[in-house]
Design a protein around this ligand. Sequence first.
Ligand SMILES: Cc1cc2nc3c(=O)[nH]c(=O)nc-3n(C[C@H](O)[C@H](O)[C@H](O)COP(=O)(O)OP(=O)(O)OC[C@H]3O[C@@H](n4cnc5c(N)ncnc54)[C@H](O)[C@@H]3O)c2cc1C
Ligand SMILES: NC(=O)c1ccc[n+]([C@@H]2O[C@H](COP(=O)([O-])OP(=O)(O)OC[C@H]3O[C@@H](n4cnc5c(N)ncnc54)[C@H](O)[C@@H]3O)[C@@H](O)[C@H]2O)c1
Length: 487
Amino acid sequence: MRKQIETDVAIIGSGTAGLAAWHTASKQDKKVVLIEVGPLGTTCARVGCMPSKLLIAAADSAHQVRQAPGFGITPAGLTIDGKAVMKRLKAERDRFVSLVIESIDTIPDASRITGYARFKDEHTLLVDDHTEIKADTIVIATGSRANVPDDWQKLGDRLVINDDVFSWDDLPKSVALFGPGVIGLELGQALHRLGVKVWMFGRGGKLGPFSDPEVMVYARQLFEQEFFLDADANVQRMERNADQVEIDFLDGEGVTQRILVDYVIAATGRRPNVDQLGLERLNINTNDKGVPLVDEATLQSSLGHIFVAGDASNQLPLLHEAHDQGRIAGENAARFPDIKPGLMHSTLSIVFTGPQIAMVGDSYRELQQRSKQDPEFRVCFAIGQVSFEDQGRSRVMRRNQGLLRVYGEPVTGRFLGAEMIAPEAEHLAHLLAWAHQSEMTVAQMLTMPFYHPVVEEGLRTALRDLNAQLELGAAIEDHCMECGVGD
Ligand SMILES: Cc1cc2nc3c(=O)[nH]c(=O)nc-3n(C[C@H](O)[C@H](O)[C@H](O)COP(=O)(O)OP(=O)(O)OC[C@H]3O[C@@H](n4cnc5c(N)ncnc54)[C@H](O)[C@@H]3O)c2cc1C
Ligand SMILES: NC(=O)c1ccc[n+]([C@@H]2O[C@H](COP(=O)([O-])OP(=O)(O)OC[C@H]3O[C@@H](n4cnc5c(N)ncnc54)[C@H](O)[C@@H]3O)[C@@H](O)[C@H]2O)c1
């Protein structure tokens, strides 16, 4: 006999989006239940943002030591103790996870249901086979999972994804990493800097999150100098060989190369966890991949009482987006049918490679598409840029690699977006995102204070260039030496 529950709001998934939805909905004097199949602790803390940044922090440390001779400082030697690296990573990761679990434990037991939820009908959820929940409104916050080609399963335990990397007790000697996207670049470069031999293979030349071809090419050349990277690889064979994997691929000269690696890491993209929810039993509009379509401002699906938040919504699979979307979906599920749009932030995404990568506001691709489709949008957008190779503070720190391209709207002079690989990109990107959300013009941004000598002076150079391209300011002919040598 199944347990029967009636509730105002049911939330599927207690990750970042689901927890935000629960906290927001339950403040509205409604009965809310949260269903989680486990494990607890959120993707971000367990196998995502936090352990990846812990691995990168260790790799950065090794990188700094290798860079020291450039300053005239020669360390006695560099030893990387893989077991110690992984021990620290796991200890800190476990601490972050335990903080999340402590927070989940504040949710009353009666509101928490353990098991896998799927739709029986538009208002009824079955949790495993033990509970049936009737809910007025439902939030799907089921996250995403690694998308690995089926035929790679033949590699058995030599095939790993990010989750597995963070459970290693020691670093391997070699890996072949497929997918130089966001996860692949972060993990691959970190492993390389920690002394692991890395071969990175991509498809179609795509790299990271970039859509601006100039920034993408610049970045690709930088990474190619550091480790083996073929962003448009021709892999001919991949077979397990005892405890290793043998891979044949064509090199740049068209010659077959054979490598043996300890692991194959699949970083070939992620897919929303919506395919086993029983959505086919509902009359809900989905895209061609079966992901429910939602209004981006309210997160409401075509079935008004169902909302989708976080990675499950397949919009921007980022932590702050999952949190914001969870809050909006949770509030609207509790207020239904009196729903309202939530505050939408300007797009901001940061990749923690060295140099860092960042995307702000409208991407180059979006602007190009809009130029083609919208006659109201002035034919094209203007581009300003700066190379960090000669930028004052970046040279001081011997981190003078990078290219930043900023986009602006002709006539209005409004700042539209940026793509970059640059030193301190995480900070440059925040300044730009704040300016974008405030709908500032490039000229207004140039009236803001810039200290000296800082990396932000490079940003000022790009903005001055953009202002000139918008025909709203003078072209940059000389660097402004009387302002200091920061530009
Ligand atoms: C390696 C890696 C690094 C990342 N680094 C960053 C970063 O630096 N910065 C950043 O902004 N983002 C980063 N991200 C992305 C970020 O982690 C995600 O966008 C975010 O965690 C998504 O949160 P969520 O709530 O949508 O999903 P999740 O946290 O995955 O929560 C979904 C929950 O739903 C549960 N669930 C699923 N289906 C069911 C069901 N049918 N019934 C019951 N429960 C179910 C799952 O068990 C899970 O607990 C990274 C991701 C990865 C993989
Ligand atoms: N720092 C961060 O904020 C951060 C870090 C990690 C992940 N994330 C989030 O997670 C999302 C997913 O990241 P991801 O790296 O899994 O996806 P992605 O889409 O960024 O990268 C997947 C890559 O795999 C390549 N690929 C696909 N199939 C392939 C194959 N068979 N062989 C070789 N290459 C193949 C694709 O061309 C692409 O370059 C990101 O979009 C991001 O939102 C964010």
